[in-house]
Design a binder for this molecule. Structure first.
Ligand code: MG
Length: 241
């Protein structure tokens, strides 16, 4: 693409896989039907795929960061067999109140903040992902990338060397913190009805109302899709517009 890559940012729990509290064990993974096909279609259309996931279970001490990486490696192994592999997984281990020690933090990465998106763009520009010929496993683990970039560093870097085409990129998630994070980063956002999405759409529609075309008057997301397949359909008709 002329002005940088088109990237699909993906929430994980409730969007790709069924919501399980503090999911970290491979045996608890239940992929939502249609996920592999939807991701494959987006990849075939030329999009890069990036997962951006809040994992406060790490900060709360429920499971270590190594489990996040191992879980994503396992998850991607399944997706890869279907031609649907995710290019990189970014995560936030913090929680502002319940994090233990250094994990208790008002961080820049926890959605609806945008640190994961910004770090992903910076790393893409640095050639750290997509990983070709296998990850080196030492300097960059694409299965659990932490955020170190600050908002100021990102703003400075983005001015000099943008790597993502924001008008041709999208965020998909089942919570309004997901769609808000996408908007703050500057991409269009799709709310999916899996996970918490249907309930959140109903609540938002009840309090703020819907436009005749079904988009929310609140402007909290740009499109509502029942699931990831429908989200991919909408994106594929909008891509480049
Ligand atoms: Mg979710």
């Amino acid at each position: 693409m002329q002005h940088g890559a088109g990237v699909i940012f993906l929430d994980r729990d409730g969007t790709l896989n069924e919501e399980v509290n503090y999911l970290h064990r491979p045996e608890d993974l239940r992929i939502i039907p249609g996920t592999e096909q939807a991701l494959r279609r987006l990849k075939e259309a030329g999009f890069l795929l990036v997962a951006v996931t809040n994992q406060a279970g790490v900060g709360r001490g429920y499971y270590p960061e190594a489990d996040v990486s191992a879980f994503h490696r396992y998850f991607n192994g399944i997706l890869e067999k279907e031609g649907a592999a995710i290019d990189a997984f970014y995560y936030c281990p913090h929680h502002p109140e319940h994090g233990i020690g250094a994990y208790r933090k008002d961080c820049h990465c926890r959605k609806p903040e945008t640190g994961m998106f910004e770090q992903a763009e910076y790393d893409l520009a640095m050639g750290r992902w997509p990983v070709r010929g296998g990850a080196d496993g030492i300097s960059f683990d694409p299965y659990a990338v932490p955020v170190t970039i600050t908002a100021e560093e990102y703003a400075e870097y983005r001015r000099r060397m943008p790597a993502i085409d924001k008008t041709g990129s999208f965020m998909i998630g089942d919570k309004l913190i997901d769609t808000e994070a996408g908007h703050r980063f500057g991409v269009r956002s799709v709310l999916v009805g899996t996970g918490y999405g249907a309930e959140l759409r109903a609540k938002d529609a009840e309090t703020e109302g819907l436009c005749p075309d079904g988009t929310p008057k609140s402007g909290k997301y740009d499109y509502y899709a029942e699931n990831l397949m429908e989200a991919a359909d909408w994106i594929l008709t909008r891509a480049g517009s």
